[in-house]
Design a protein around this ligand. Structure first.
Ligand SMILES: Cc1ncc(C[n+]2csc(CCOP(=O)(O)OP(=O)(O)O)c2C)c(N)n1
Length: 196
């Protein structure tokens, strides 16, 4: 499975959910499919996308939060799983695209290429719903099930180690930061106006 086709398949489901991604290949791929103001691409802070998603999920229990992570990023901060499990945000869907490589910085192999099992680590950390998927239809089914379930899920999607030709996009970090903040504020206000 290619990560880009996985993203394309679930893109229509990302309309009114909060999306946080790691930097690099996945951010560039999602932007090339179509940026939206509810998408935030966390630059530089490897391993902390799920932490940012956790904070948003806890402060916005009325909204689904989807985090797109990578195996190399996860391995930089394995404690992220224990914190996620501890606070167990029921509105968070954590997708880990595992290409067994640090693709965005040259493709060095990570520990998942020698057998480390991120879904197993997540489960042992206490994440209540975990799975590993290897094909597109299984990924879409797992994603839809996670979105429809009122509990924390980590989906490890095994993907090919291929990405876009470049990772620099037109959207500047600060522009994304301010736009995303404004979207979150406006969305909260609108929801409060609805009485939600
Ligand atoms: C703390 C930190 N160390 C190193 C980097 C450089 N860096 C940026 S992306 C990346 C690889 C990310 O690997 P992974 O999460 O597996 O995603 P992939 O690139 O394979 O899609 C690295 C090492 C960084 N941004 N932050």
């Amino acid at each position: 499975m290619r990560r880009r086709e996985a993203l394309e398949a679930i893109y229509p489901r990302l309309d009114d959910v909060v999306v946080v991604t790691i930097m690099g290949a996945v951010a560039a791929e999602l932007q090339s499919i179509g940026h939206r103001p509810n998408f935030f691409y966390l630059q530089h802070a490897m391993g902390l996308a799920s932490s940012m998603g956790l904070g948003i999920a806890l402060s916005r229990p009325d909204r689904r939060v989807v985090v797109f992570d990578g195996d190399g990023s996860i391995l930089m901060n394995l404690g992220g799983f224990t914190t996620l499990a501890r606070y167990r945000p029921r509105n968070l869907v954590h997708v880990v695209f595992d290409n067994e490589s640090l693709l965005s910085v040259g493709g060095f192999p990570t520990a998942t290429s020698t057998g480390s099992d991120l879904a197993g680590i997540a489960a042992a950390a206490g994440v209540p719903r975990t799975c590993t998927v290897r094909a597109l239809d299984a990924f879409v089914a797992a994603f839809d099930a996670a979105m429809a379930t009122d509990d924390l899920s980590t989906i490890v999607a095994k993907v090919d180690a291929v990405g876009p030709s470049g990772y620099v996009t037109e959207l500047a970090l600060l522009e994304n930061r301010f736009e995303f903040q404004r979207w979150l504020r406006a969305d909260r206000k609108a929801r409060e106006g609805e009485g939600g």
